[in-house]
Structure formats: structure tokens, C-alpha cells
Design a protein around this ligand. Structure first.
Ligand SMILES: N[C@@H](CCC(=O)N[C@@H](CS)C(=O)NCC(=O)O)C(=O)O
Length: 235
């Protein structure tokens, strides 16, 4: 059994997509990031970056103690290796999936995240910051659109790279992007959106998604973090 520490955000959806694709048993433990659950000592013990998602695998392949994994990219790699799915075995295919997974982790995710922050949450409208991240998101969409020319999926066959990227394209309107200007990306997006496992994965978040958007209190908690707030929680 896999325990999934989760909240219905793009990084959380990546993991429910994988688990739904496989149809294996897993249990969700909600981590309400607006209420500060990510600072609870029992969560920090295995997710030391005070971020979700994280997993605990109670039946690791070596038969030993439960294994914990934090960071969504590391979780996808761990699960793909454990179940032998969505990550090719050959050196070239594996390299390509890893490239696009890292592209999402180091590029699309952080840039689109800053885009969300400065266009929707920042108390001041800062044109330089908004332009910077909206433009960088736009550039990354262009890279992805080019990559998808003549390909069904990012790395050829459906893989953990698609699972990592898709949830960060879902909020394309919030990111001020027009999918009609990226025809290959739009075709891929519609294919992904229609996958039954993707539909089921998003439905898994419904019990919590209906809660109000981030409150003022939640914003203070999420956007005012320093090393000190982290250290205090870990003590
Ligand atoms: N690089 C991390 C990022 C995870 C992340 O940023 N999670 C956010 C929600 S999408 C979170 O837990 N935020 C809590 C906070 O900011 O305190 C990953 O991919 O797992």
C-alpha cells in the first residue's frame, strides 16, 4: 500500500495520475497547505522541504522497512521503477523521459508557479515580474509545442514526463496562455485530458478542491516563509 500525502495542486495531481494509471491501492492523506499541515513535525520527518507531495511505500521491493519519498519528480521515478511502467528500460528512451521530467521540474513548474504568484497572489501588481514570468511560461509552451510536432507524447510513448507536465498546463488561462497558438500542444493536451486515469485523478481532489481559494491567513503562511519559519517548525 502506498500512502500519498497530497493536496489538489499541480504537483499533487502528477502522483494521482500515475497511481490511477496503474490502478493500484493507495491512501490519500490530505496536507492542507493553506492551514500549515506541511509544517507538522510528523510530515517534516519524511518531507523535509515542507512541501507536498510525498509518499510512504509500505511494501518496497527490497522487503525492508517502509520507504519514504519527497519531491514529485523523485516520486514519479521511484514509482515508475518499482512498477516497471511509464519509463523505458533502454538507455536512450530512459534518458529522454528523464530530460523532459527535469525540464518540467526545473523549468515549467517553477516558472509557471511564479507566474501564478505574481499575476494572482502578489499584493502589488508588479508589471516587470508579471511580464517576466508570463513571457517565460510562453517560451516554455513554445518549446513543448515544437517537441510535440509529429509525436503523440513528449518522449514518444506515454510516460511519467507527460504526467509531470500536464498538470502545469491545465491552468493555461491563469498563466495567460492561449492554447490555440500552440496546435501540437493543444492536441496533446486534449489527448491527456481525455485519459480515464487523468479524469479519475482530478476527481480524487474534489473533496478538497471545493474549499475556498487561499485565504489572507493562508497567503501569510505560504508566501512569508523564511529559513526561520522552517527551522522553528522542524524543532
Ligand atoms: N519541487 C517540489 C515542489 C512541491 C510544491 O511546491 N508543493 C507546494 C504545492 S504545489 C506546497 O506544498 N506548498 C506548501 C508551501 O508552500 O508551504 C515538488 O515537485 O514536489
Amino acid at each position: 500500500m502506498i500512502d500519498l500525502y497530497y493536496w489538489p495542486t499541480p504537483n499533487g495531481h502528477k502522483i494521482t495520475i500515475f497511481l490511477e494509471e496503474l490502478g493500484i491501492d493507495y491512501k490519500i492523506f490530505p496536507v492542507d497547505i493553506s492551514a500549515g499541515d506541511q509544517f507538522k513535525p510528523e510530515f517534516l520527518a519524511f518531507s523535509p522541504n515542507n512541501r507536498m507531495p510525498a509518499i510512504i511505500d509500505h511494501a518496497p521491493t527490497d522487503g525492508g522497512e517502509p520507504i519514504t519519498v519527497f519531491e514529485s519528480g523523485a516520486i514519479l521515478l521511484y514509482l515508475a521503477e518499482k512498477y516497471g511502467q511509464f519509463l523505458p528500460n533502454d538507455v536512450r528512451g530512459r534518458k529522454t523521459v528523464t530530460e523532459w521530467l527535469m525540464w518540467q521540474m526545473g523549468g515549467l513548474g517553477p516558472m509557471a508557479g511564479q507566474n501564478h504568484h505574481f499575476t494572482q497572489y502578489a499584493p502589488e501588481k508588479l508589471p516587470y515580474a508579471m511580464d517576466r514570468y508570463v513571457n517565460e511560461t510562453n517560451r516554455l509552451y513554445g518549446v513543448l509545442n515544437t517537441r510535440l510536432e509529429g509525436r503523440d507524447f513528449v518522449a514518444g510513448d506515454y510516460s511519467i514526463a507527460d504526467m509531470a507536465i500536464y498538470p502545469w498546463i491545465v491552468p493555461y488561462e491563469r498563466q495567460q496562455q492561449d492554447l490555440n497558438t500552440f496546435p501540437n500542444l493543444k492536441r496533446w493536451f486534449e489527448t491527456m485530458e481525455a485519459r480515464p486515469a487523468v479524469v479519475d485523478a482530478y476527481a480524487k481532489g474534489d473533496p478538497w478542491r471545493s474549499q475556498p481559494a487561499v485565504t489572507e491567513e493562508g497567503k501569510k503562511l505560504l508566501f512569508g516563509q523564511t529559513a526561520q519559519s522552517h527551522t522553528q517548525a522542524a524543532e
